[in-house]
Design a protein around this ligand. Structure first.
Ligand SMILES: [Zn+2]
Length: 459
């Protein structure tokens, strides 16, 4: 069967993020089936026929964005309930809410989270193992067309967060079962990794076994790593070692491990990360709202400088609240300039790399996604620049990072399939879904009794 062809024609600029970092003015892209087959000047592709042509005049095209840490399955149902001065105590409540979700509730809530991500240009994301009903949620991944990395989140140590605790052997089996059942599903859009919650809540045996599974099945592994700088001190107390040193001693560091957060890791730990080609995802929207000191102790500029495979994520819609890659890009571009009082920190181009090619590398997917090149999967974002925030336009990278946000995303393509068009998701009735999830959230709060007073009277 011949795959159908799609031509995206005459874009104002294509920000390719290819090895030469070319920005093509008046460019066109040809997609055949799931892949990009040609990228070039519109004039070069003018005579190439296609089954469908998208008129991209006045549009800026970027690769789809990656989000390396985004709990997709629960937060959207009870978004914004936590007071902003709550601190880490919100976490036990998160797990309390999550624990009572039904299969149907998790499906709809996941679908709303996915809708938000796709609509604003994030095409690939990591759900760090918090989805309970993967079979039901596979339907949401299939319908929406997103690219997702899933896993089974495990701990084998009692923990104050109410993260479910398993016997070590059962935890290992659950991770393995999940990898075997879900890795490479939906035309390879779904990947499944090993996902122990964190080194603090996992025995050495569990961490070592998780890494062995990632190696055996040639897949990945992610853990929460130094969520706040204080976690480093906890590790010193528990193991007499810095958290990253502890992992290196166990042999858990490596190219297929993605450390999430990594706040307060020191230069010696960066040496270990660099030496072992371990990957990192930093979550600026969550870190700054949680007062985690990312501008003070976050070493993102140093990671970039060392060539570490680092990407950006957001964490969930309930702690970070902001789950847009565009905002995360903006924040990494401005936070370190201000924190270090140095405008040379994280240029706009680096911010774009962190959300595209470098992000893809941190997920082990840079041979498939992260740039607009012939042979890569067609994950593309088309921005409508006929809007005041995009104009005037001379340097599209600066405009993308510093002026624009997700609201100007017009069309989103994942794996060659148009999933958002004219700002609307094509796979769901968005308003109907929102109303459903509002009702789900009300039910969950009533069932758990979780509630927080608001500061202003609601009359
Ligand atoms: Zn997390």
């Amino acid at each position: 069967m011949q795959s159908s062809t799609l031509k995206i024609e005459g874009a104002l600029f294509i920000i390719t993020v290819d090895p030469e970092r070319r920005i093509i003015r008046d460019g066109s892209i040809l997609v055949e089936g799931q892949r990009i087959t040609r990228v070039g000047k519109a004039s070069e592709l003018a005579s190439v026929p296609a089954d469908r042509v998208i008129d991209a005049r006045e549009m800026v095209i970027t690769p789809g964005f990656t989000n390396g840490h985004m709990h997709i399955s629960y937060a959207h149902a009870t978004r914004g309930i936590f007071p902003d001065d709550l601190g880490p105590e919100y976490l036990p409540n998160v797990f309390k809410l999550q624990a009572i979700m039904t299969e149907e509730e998790e499906y709809y809530t996941s679908l709303l989270g996915i809708t938000e991500l796709l609509k604003y240009g994030t095409t690939t994301f990591v759900d760090p193992g918090s989805t309970k009903y993967l079979d039901a949620c596979m339907k949401a991944y299939e319908e929406s067309g997103c690219r997702i990395i899933v896993g089974w989140q495990v701990t084998d140590r009692p923990n104050p967060l109410n993260v479910p605790v398993y016997e070590t052997q059962e935890a290992i089996e659950r991770m393995e079962e999940t990898i075997k059942s879900y890795d490479h599903r939906l035309d390879d859009r779904v990947r499944a990794w090993a996902m122990p919650f964190s080194a603090g809540f996992a025995s050495d045996e569990l961490l070592v076994a998780a890494k062995a599974l990632a190696d055996k099945y040639q897949t990945g592994m992610t853990i929460h790593h130094v969520i706040r700088p204080e976690s480093a001190e906890a590790s010193m107390k528990q193991y007499g070692k810095r958290p990253t040193e502890h992992l290196e001693d166990l042999g858990v560091l490596g190219p297929n491990l993605l450390l999430a957060h990594a706040l307060g890791v020191n230069e010696a730990e960066l040496d270990a990360i660099e030496r072992t080609q371990t990957k990192v995802v930093m979550n600026p929207t969550a870190a700054i709202k949680g007062g985690s000191g990312t501008t003070k102790t976050g070493l993102l500029p140093e990671m970039v400088e060392r060539g570490i495979g680092v990407g950006i994520g957001t964490d969930a819609g309930n702690n970070s609240n902001l789950v847009e890659s565009m905002r995360a890009m903006y924040l990494v571009a401005v936070l370190y300039k201000d924190g270090r009082q140095d405008v040379k920190m994280i240029p706009a181009e680096t911010a774009v790399e962190l959300a595209t090619i470098s992000g893809a590398r941190s997920l082990g997917l840079d041979d498939q996604i992260g740039s607009i090149e012939a042979g890569k999967k067609a994950d593309l974002v088309l921005f409508d620049t006929k809007r005041p925030e995009w104009r005037t336009i001379f340097n599209p990278v600066n405009n993308l990072v510093y002026n624009a946000d997700g609201r100007s995303v017009h069309t989103v393509i994942v794996d060659g399939r148009v999933v958002v068009e004219d700002h609307k998701p094509l796979f769901v009735d968005e308003w109907e879904l929102i109303q459903k999830v509002q009702k789900i959230g009300e039910d969950m709060l009533a069932r758990t009794g979780v509630s927080f007073p608001q500061r202003w009277p609601m009359v």
